[in-house]
Design a protein around this ligand. Structure first.
Ligand code: AMP
Ligand code: MG
Length: 491
């Protein structure tokens, strides 16, 4: 909504952009829950009742744009990629159609825009399936994210490392504003537009800042807070984003731009999910620090805004202090989430050491992250049998025995009953996450025009905390020969 309101007032920060049609579009997938959010009714077969949606979500129907979405646009943003200022980027392949039921509707892969640079404006089926499934999986895990409404496929060939085919993923979010939008206006020293963007963000999404004496400082703090809590949630479910460039960070604290992401299978603290990230800048253990770094980019962009109400030195000081809060907010959120993962309902100082020593042992033994935490809720119910079933996953069995004993002792100091604790743990430790090998199996089938595995995975991942015994295999770590699927920026 923000973008729709602040755009098209005469400068070149955004542009009216019609999607480029694709030949013979067909449905690949649709998310019922995202369709509900957009108030789109679906027929028995799971696809929209009104046939115009296929054409519309393929980007094929300029006539319906003029009625329902009269002003589709692409926007300019700038940002830092891999720690280096990259200048202007922008929606090179995403076109914002407009608002639907309080959400912005965007088509990713809908053709070239003014911001496409050397790109073709397209996205391939493979990466669209990954984005679609992960967006909906993250939402079901309770992690803020842009949503995925649909994938429409076409046989239009798209060249990447090999020839692939095109797909268009329809995304929904209350706003697609990124840190990069602020960096864009700041880099152009266009303070009026920077202010306009901040004002609209406050009005639409952060109204609580309006009462503050320094509303823009308050806005900065809230954006930092949301992103600190977001990255703590990622760490807690073992999610690696893969490309935490400042243009891929949402101003609403949503997970955005799913590319070479990955959920941890075996736990490795410095796991790098993006094959193109040679230096490991975006490794699992660096994500909090990198998010903090991105907030520092945002702080720089905010200096002219805070300077509207106080001298520059004071403004910079305010921002420095606010930025300094990031690690504190993150640590608090991380600790709270990991306490819940261990089933602890009260706080004790020694908990952090207990959590960290567990992660250290999981790292040394490369223990499967998701299944370990899921199993832990049974260990506390049946300590002896549970301990026996756990220790085989660890190289140093004495050390894990010792840890489990310490853990069981710690539980005695907590007020929750066994069953109650199991319920808490199973509500935060998912049984099912979008492991790479599962996404790959769905992609392999989809490449033969069989989209059934995409639908099955969506169904399972919509209930990640439920047991779903018929899908037990989907909860297991990948077989050894599938554990090293490589994903890169190519999409
Ligand atoms: P990403 O790494 O996907 O976040 O993309 C970084 C920048 O490159 C963004 O500005 C994208 O819009 C742009 N981009 C990525 N792929 C393409 C493409 N195939 N065509 C045009 N622009 C692209
Ligand atoms: Mg991006």
């Amino acid at each position: 909504m923000v973008l729709m309101a602040f755009t098209l007032n005469g400068d070149d920060a955004c542009e009216l952009t019609l999607p480029t049609p694709v030949p013979n579009p067909y449905w690949v997938a649709i998310s019922r829950s995202a369709a509900n959010l957009a108030n789109i009714s679906l027929a028995e077969n799971g696809f929209p009742e009104n046939p115009h949606w296929l054409e519309l979500l393929a980007g094929n129907n300029p006539n319906s744009f003029s009625e329902q979405f009269p002003r589709p646009i692409s926007t300019a943003y700038s940002g830092h990629q891999f720690g280096v200022w990259a200048g202007q980027l922008g929606d090179g392949r995403a076109i914002l159609l407009g608002d639907i039921n309080g959400q912005e509707l965007q088509l990713k892969g809908a053709g070239k825009t003014r911001f496409s640079r050397m790109g073709d404006g397209r996205a391939v089926l493979r990466s669209s399936i990954r984005e679609f499934l992960c967006s909906e999986a993250m939402h079901a895990l309770g992690i803020p994210t842009t949503r995925a409404l649909s994938i429409v496929g076409s046989d239009l060939p798209v060249r990447r490392e090999t020839m692939e085919t095109a797909a268009i993923c329809a995304r929904l979010a209350p706003s697609f504003i990124r840190i990069g939008h602020f960096e864009h206006f700041a880099s152009l020293q266009n303070t009026p537009r920077l202010k306009e963007l901040a004002d609209l963000l406050i009005t639409e999404h952060y109204p609580e800042c309006e009462q503050s004496k320094l509303p823009y400082l308050e806005l900065f703090k809230r954006i930092c807070e949301r992103n600190a809590c977001l990255v703590a949630q990622w760490q807690s479910v073992g999610f690696c984003h893969g490309v935490l460039n400042s243009d891929n960070i949402s101003a609403l604290g949503l997970t955005i731009d799913y590319g070479p992401f990955g959920f941890l299978d075996h736990f490795q603290i410095d796991h790098i999910c993006n094959h193109s990230d040679h230096a490991g800048r975006y490794a699992y253990h660096r994500q909090p620090q990198i998010m903090h770094w991105n907030m520092a980019c945002l702080a720089s962009a905010f200096i002219p805004l805070i300077t509207l109400s106080c001298p520059q030195e004071e403004a910079e000081n305010h921002l420095r202090v606010a930025l300094g809060e990031f690690p504190v907010i993150y640590a608090k959120s991380w600790q709270s989430l990991f306490r819940q993962k261990l089933g602890l309902s009260n706080e004790r100082d020694e908990d952090v050491e207990l959590i960290e020593s567990l992660l250290q042992q999981m790292h040394e033994s490369r223990v499967d992250y998701t299944s370990f935490f899921r199993k832990l809720s049974d260990v506390q119910m049946h300590p002896e049998a549970g301990k026996l079933s756990m220790r085989d996953d660890f190289v140093d069995r004495d050390a894990i025995d010792q840890w489990l004993n310490n853990y069981l002792d710690r539980l005695k100091l907590d007020s929750l009953g066994g069953l109650e604790r199991k319920r808490l743990m199973d509500s935060v430790n998912p049984k099912y996450v979008l492991r790479n090998h599962l996404a790959q199996a769905a992609i392999d089938k989809a490449n033969t025009k069989d989209f059934s595995e995409v639908a099955t995975l969506l169904k399972i991942l919509e209930k990640p905390f439920d047991e779903q015994p018929q899908y037990e295999d989907y909860s297991k770590p990948p077989p050894a020969d599938l554990s090293r699927i490589e994903v890169s920026c190519s999409s």
